[in-house]
Design a protein around this ligand. Structure first.
Ligand code: GTP
Ligand code: MG
Length: 373
């Protein structure tokens, strides 16, 4: 008890220690608010009320210490992954950090997939992908925290595996950890409390312990920053165009070999070799697609980048890493996705195989995967 009195109070929205010393430091609150309960810091206030983009980044070593500390606890680990950026947001080495604690994999943002999705098939796909990445889980649940879809199953699974333990919610930035916990709080306790959520990655700054009625806690954690995610690389003002808000509308392109698609100015997709076939792109509708001949692609980019081929805008081009090329070979008779972290994916439909080049800012994860749909 006495220990609690000497630690500084923390922001109820993002977990940062509160102070009233310097307005420009995260955690600032006017002195009068310091003594109140459930205070939120000025930054959280601005995110909540003005949708402001926060520019604080969490020290990753600090974060890994927090994650590694879970190994010595007896808890349930809920790992949240963003379905739109599955391979970008999965923490494949999570088991190493959390020791013997069970991991429940919650796949969030399923509202972004077309309504006609075969959910059983998708769940099997998730299980297989997680296994391939070396992640052992006790169960897999699909949900949409924001749209309140599949939440009965989330609660049922948490109840089943929690067994009077604490619950750590972990994941990459922006996958919806805080949104999901806000829903859990309203189901598990009478607390009138709301964690800060925002469209920008890096909202939660430190662990936030939320007491449950049985004396245990749900713990929100800051998101891990993966530099291979496009959402960590693009300027913040372009995130709205990049991150989908509504169900993805598949766009189908009949392409001959030697044709190219540009996805804004963020990625370029070359159909280098193969028989004429269709490709189905699942992207945010905020990202304009331009089609051209492969032989004209370099020229088109040089002429129109930052303007017709945007985001990013001209003034932000400088801050982006240069593009690198990934060569992919799709085997015959296989339905695969070209996955580009943060952009979405392009489904291949050909029966004869193909050779593809994908150009993206250096570091962004690009891979072929078994088709999600
Ligand atoms: N489409 C969709 N968006 C969601 C869903 N859940 C959360 N989001 C959105 O994802 C964004 C990030 O949500 P947060 O809850 O702040 O994510 P977080 O994982 O806590 O992020 P950090 O604190 O930065 O690690 C917000 O814009 C949410 O509205 C969902 O089920 N579907
Ligand atoms: Mg958060």
């Amino acid at each position: 008890m006495s220990e609690q009195q000497i630690v500084p109070p923390r922001c109820a929205g993002c977990g940062i220690p509160l102070h009233s010393v310097d307005q420009n430091q995260p955690g600032f609150v006017p002195e009068a608010s310091l003594e109140k309960e459930e205070t939120i810091c000025q930054r959280c206030f601005r995110i909540k009320h003005y949708n402001e983009a926060s520019s604080v980044t969490v020290d990753q070593d600090e974060f890994l210490r927090l994650l590694g500390g879970i190994a010595s606890t007896n808890s349930l680990v809920v790992h949240i992954v963003d379905l739109f950026d599955f391979q970008g947001s999965l923490i494949s080495g999570l088991q190493r950090f959390v020791g013997n604690n069970p991991i429940l994999l919650v796949v969030n943002k399923i509202d972004l997939l077309p309504r006609i999705t075969n959910w059983n098939r998708l769940r099997n796909w998730v299980q297989k992908q997680a296994r391939e990445e070396g992640l052992k889980t006790v169960d897999v649940v699909l949900c949409s925290a924001r749209r309140n879809i599949g939440f009965d199953r989330v609660i049922e699974a948490v109840n089943t595996y929690r067994q009077n333990k604490d619950v750590y919610v972990v994941g990459a930035t922006n996958v919806g950890k805080s949104t999901l916990i806000n829903r859990l709080i309203s189901d598990y306790s009478d607390l009138k409390r709301e964690l800060t959520v925002s469209r920008y990655p890096g909202t939660t700054l430190d662990a936030v312990h939320i007491p449950l009625d049985d004396g245990k806690s749900i713990i929100d954690t800051p998101g891990i920053v993966y530099s291979w995610r496009m959402s960590e690389i693009v300027p913040r003002k372009d995130l709205a165009a990049l991150l989908p808000d509504k169900p993805l509308k598949p766009l189908t392109y009949q392409l001959n070999e030697k044709q190219t698609l540009f996805f804004g100015g963020l990625a370029r997709f070359d159909f280098v070799e193969g028989q004429r076939q269709s490709f189905t792109a699942y992207l945010s509708s905020g990202l304009p697609v331009h089609r051209t001949k492969l032989e004209r692609a370099d020229e088109l980019y040089a002429e129109h980048r930052g303007v017709m081929l945007s985001p990013p805008s001209l003034e932000d081009l400088e801050s982006m890493p240069p593009w690198t090329r990934h060569r992919l070979r799709v085997p015959p008779n296989s339905k695969q996705d070209v996955f580009i972290s943060g952009i979405g994916w392009i489904q291949t439909n050909g029966t004869t195989g193909s050779t593809l080049d994908v150009h993206v800012p250096r570091g962004v994860k690009v891979m072929l995967r078994e088709s999600i749909l």
